[in-house]
Design a protein around this ligand. Structure first.
Ligand SMILES: Nc1ncnc2c1ncn2[C@@H]1O[C@H](COP(=O)(O)OP(=O)(O)OP(=O)(O)O)[C@@H](O)[C@H]1O
Length: 257
């Protein structure tokens, strides 16, 4: 079965420095891949390369078997980009738009791109209600907490249909009600056939949510597989994801120059 998203031997640079090197993974429909690694491992850079924010200077990415970048950092085609939904690690917003105006602007762009807004408006109201965003809709970003702005990012990501969901550390800053809700929405997207890339430091959530994992460090993937495969490789059938990550992290550190 062709993967929805394939990353093959990619190098991604920040400025002129290659920060991610030789990274490969596939994500199939109905699958959540957990991208796990310490601070500075290259998780957000990998995501930025997938979304066209940072130049991919080597290797190849493909959407449903069609290469969409060839290592020259060129713009990702719109017909691919519109199949992607993204929840960023840090909220991204316009300081002079209220939260309601952000959502209206998103829906206008969707309409300009040929999308129908008949169902999207009802969906937006439902998402806003479930994350208890109504009291904040008339506020500007500087009047909102970090968690409220993160909820705006979540609602924006789930507004439209997508084939690929890319989520960069979604849980930090959200309240417990919102965390449960976002987990449920990600699982619903998976069951509906999306391919999901989830980067997080919250390993107990990752263990429950993801079917496979890629462990990153120093810009490289150093271990990958399902929980069962990682447990078998470590010879510890009861190990948690956290146990496995810590053991493999220290093993990797020990052999590095
Ligand atoms: N503008 C830049 N120029 C050069 N290197 C950078 C730049 N920004 C970040 N880096 C480096 O890129 C590497 C990867 O950073 P990245 O943000 O992708 O890590 P991460 O795994 O997402 O970390 P975290 O868990 O802390 O969010 C780090 O070593 C960082 O120092």
């Amino acid at each position: 079965m062709t993967a929805v998203l394939s990353v093959h031997d990619v190098t991604i640079s920040r400025g002129s420095t290659p920060v991610v090197r030789g990274v490969s993974f596939d994500i199939h429909a109905g699958e959540i891949l957990g991208l796990i690694g310490p601070n500075g491992a290259g998780k957000s850079t990998t995501i930025g390369g997938l979304l066209g924010y940072y130049p991919v200077t080597g290797g190849q990415m493909a959407f449903r078997g069609q290469p969409y970048t060839f290592g020259d950092g060129k713009e990702i085609p719109f017909e691919v980009k519109r199949k992607f939904a993204y929840i960023p690690e840090q909220p991204v917003y316009y300081a002079d738009l209220t939260l309601a105006e952000h959502l209206e602007w998103k829906m206008r762009l969707w309409g300009l791109a040929g999308g129908s807004d008949a169902t999207v408006h009802a969906r937006m109201e439902d998402l806003v209600h479930q994350l208890q965003l109504e009291p904040h809709l008339s506020k500007f970003p500087h009047q909102c907490s970090k968690g409220t702005l993160q909820k705006l990012m979540v609602v924006s990501a789930f507004l439209f249909p997508f084939d690929v969901l890319i989520v960069d550390e979604p849980f930090i800053g959200l309240d417990v009600i919102a965390i449960r809700q976002v987990r449920e929405w990600i699982e619903r997207a998976r069951l509906d056939g999306a391919a999901v890339l989830l980067s997080t430091h919250v390993l107990d959530s990752a263990e429950r949510m993801c079917q496979r994992f890629a462990f990153m460090m120093d810009g490289e993937v150093f271990a990958a597989g399902s929980l069962e495969e990682l447990r078998a490789a470590q010879g510890n059938a009861a190990a948690s994801l956290e146990d496995l990550f810590i053991a493999l992290f220290h093993a990797r550190r020990a052999v590095q120059p």
